[in-house]
Design a protein around this ligand. Structure first.
Ligand SMILES: NC(=O)c1ccc[n+]([C@@H]2O[C@H](COP(=O)([O-])OP(=O)(O)OC[C@H]3O[C@@H](n4cnc5c(N)ncnc54)[C@H](OP(=O)(O)O)[C@@H]3O)[C@@H](O)[C@H]2O)c1
Length: 141
């Protein structure tokens, strides 16, 4: 299933046991964190698949103020941790307790290596929330 709201997933899952919901999640796409989608995945123990974990590449080149803000915050954290921006983005997705499977869209071997590197990058909650905050534009309420 792809991009199903929690209510749609719940209804279908009742009749046809589903394995996963493929949803968007990245430092620039936070909806699934708050709309019940990831809560449901976690509650059912069905690991979500995550598309556009790098926001389709916008993370690296987007010019919108929000994107620039997120990139600056992430670049500073990535430099401190000694990893690339892409690796930090994958690690940010992987840190969610629903244990997502990110789907990379890179066409480069080095891009795949940056994804794999995230598997061994445990991200502190403080860094995770700093990225969330930069994206949201305000601190945790
Ligand atoms: N279910 C749905 O509604 C839905 C919607 C969209 C996508 N998808 C699926 O999810 C997959 C992944 O989505 P996506 O392609 O948007 O994923 P993504 O991994 O967020 O973005 C991939 C893009 O980021 C670029 N990129 C990666 N590393 C970079 C770097 N260090 N610097 C600059 N650019 C970089 C890639 O270019 P390079 O190739 O040069 O690395 C590529 O153009 C798709 O292939 C598709 O199967 C599903």
């Amino acid at each position: 299933m792809s991009n199903h709201r929690a209510s749609q997933f719940e209804l279908l899952h009742r009749h046809y046991p589903l394995a996963t919901n493929q949803i968007e999640l990245s430092p620039l796409a936070l909806d699934a964190l708050d709309d019940g989608t990831l809560d449901q995945a976690q509650a059912l123990g069905l690991r979500p698949m995550v598309w556009s974990p790098l926001a389709g590449g916008r993370l690296f080149s987007g010019k919108e103020p929000r994107t620039v803000r997120v990139r600056e915050e992430m670049s500073s954290i990535a430099a401190r941790l000694g990893v690339s921006l892409a690796t930090l983005a994958y690690a940010w997705v992987l840190r969610h307790p629903s244990r997502p499977h990110p789907i990379t869209g890179t066409g480069r071997i080095e891009g795949l290596a940056e994804a794999v590197a995230a598997l061994s990058l445990p991200l502190e909650a403080e860094d995770w929330y700093a990225i969330w905050t930069a994206s949201q534009g305000h601190p945790v309420p």
